[in-house]
Every structure is written in structure tokens, then in C-alpha cells.
Design a protein around this ligand. Structure first.
Ligand SMILES: [Zn+2]
Length: 212
């Protein structure tokens, strides 16, 4: 494990390595940011957005919370999405879940989890929406994995309910919304290949927030 002191030593080495690669590196990133990707993922310490995507500082705008939820009453995620779409003009919004997610697992258990109850209730709602499919999976591990995927899918639906996302897509064909799962057991990043144009069309029947 890295010690507290080592973190600052690591930082000095990182600065030197970046400058060796590009002497202007920090001057460039200090000027402004133009990320094309907005990533919403889990706070889990094993799922590090930039590292699993192999991107550099400046390439991805990141929001993380327990179990990668997009809740319309969460001012934090709503502010990130609004700023990302309206001001940064991101082209892609990614909701990334991961197998072995403690938040999703906790939501499958009959247990009082205190302050986590209202937060994880969003995942119980996903379970209720897909109860038939999930209950038909007899293997508990497989059911848990499927709930991770369905949670990502439902959070992508929640992203698509935002006026900024709908307006942007109508005006210039982006942002597109993508659902990913990170397989913590082998490091693989899986694109669930959700059909975003169809998801948007389908939910706009009820959630359309733009004019005709
Ligand atoms: Zn997690």
C-alpha cells in the first residue's frame, strides 16, 4: 500500500514524467478543458475512470457516486450533466457500472442500511422494473451481474430524460448516451451497446422536454 508521504513523491515523479513527454503539458492543460466524454461511474476505488479508459488529463469529465446513479433530485449529478452538456459540449455521456459492485449487492439484501436506504432504493426500483427477468435467473451471481447491467441501462434512461440532453441531440446529434460495464475480474470494459436513439424516442413519449 502507498504511504501518505509516498503520494507526494509520486506526484513529483508524475510531473517530471509529463514534462519529459511534453515540456508544455501543464501550460496547455491550465488554459482550458475540452473533454469529449462525460463519465458517470461508481465511487469504488478499483474502478478508476481515466485508467480503464486509457485517457489523459483533459479528456474526460468525471462524476462518481455509489453505484453510478443518476437521480433527478441529486443536485450534484444534475449540475455535472448540465455543465458537461451545455457548457463543455461533450459528445458522449457514459454511465459505467461494474461487476462486484457493493452498492448493487447491498440493494439486493433485506437489510436496514441507514442513510444508504434512500440512495440504494433507486436500485431496488430498477429491480422492481425488471423483476420478471431477474427472478427468472436462478444463479444468484448471474442475477447480481444482470442487475448491474440493468442498473446501467436505467441510469442511461435517466440521463436521456434531461432537457439539455434531449435539446442537444435534437439540435446537433449529440450527446450520445452509452452504457458500459467494467469487469473487475479481468479488467475488461464492456459496451452494452444500448440503442440510444431508440431509447430516447421511446422515453420522449412521456418525458419529452423540448418543443416539436
Ligand atoms: Zn460499485
Amino acid at each position: 500500500m502507498t504511504t501518505y508521504e509516498e503520494i507526494f513523491e509520486n506526484n513529483r515523479r508524475w510531473i517530471a514524467a509529463k514534462k519529459a513527454g511534453d515540456p508544455q503539458f501543464f501550460e496547455k492543460i491550465a488554459r482550458s478543458q475540452h473533454p469529449e466524454y462525460l463519465y458517470i461511474g461508481c465511487s469504488d476505488s478499483r474502478v478508476t475512470a481515466e485508467e480503464i479508459m486509457g485517457v489523459e488529463p483533459g479528456e474526460v469529465f468525471v462524476h462518481r457516486n455509489v453505484a453510478n446513479l443518476v437521480n433527478s433530485t441529486d443536485l450534484n449529478v444534475m449540475a455535472v450533466l448540465n455543465y458537461g452538456v451545455r457548457h463543455l459540449g461533450v459528445k458522449h455521456i457514459i454511465v459505467c457500472g461494474h461487476y462486484n459492485c457493493g452498492g448493487v449487492k447491498a440493494a439486493m439484501e433485506a437489510k436496514d442500511l441507514g442513510i444508504l436506504n434512500p440512495w440504494l432504493r433507486n436500485i431496488r426500483d430498477v429491480y422492481r422494473l425488471h423483476k420478471k427477468e431477474l427472478n427468472s435467473i436462478s444463479d444468484e451471481g448471474a442475477r447480481y451481474n444482470r442487475l448491474v447491467e440493468l442498473n446501467v441501462q436505467e441510469q442511461c434512461v435517466n440521463v436521456s430524460k434531461l432537457a439539455s440532453v434531449q435539446q442537444g441531440y435534437m439540435d446537433h446529434g449529440y450527446p450520445e448516451v452509452h452504457g458500459w460495464v467494467f469487469d473487475i475480474r479481468n479488467g475488461e470494459l464492456i459496451d452494452l451497446k444500448l440503442d440510444f436513439p431508440n431509447i430516447l424516442k421511446d422515453i420522449q413519449e412521456i418525458y419529452r422536454l423540448t418543443g416539436e
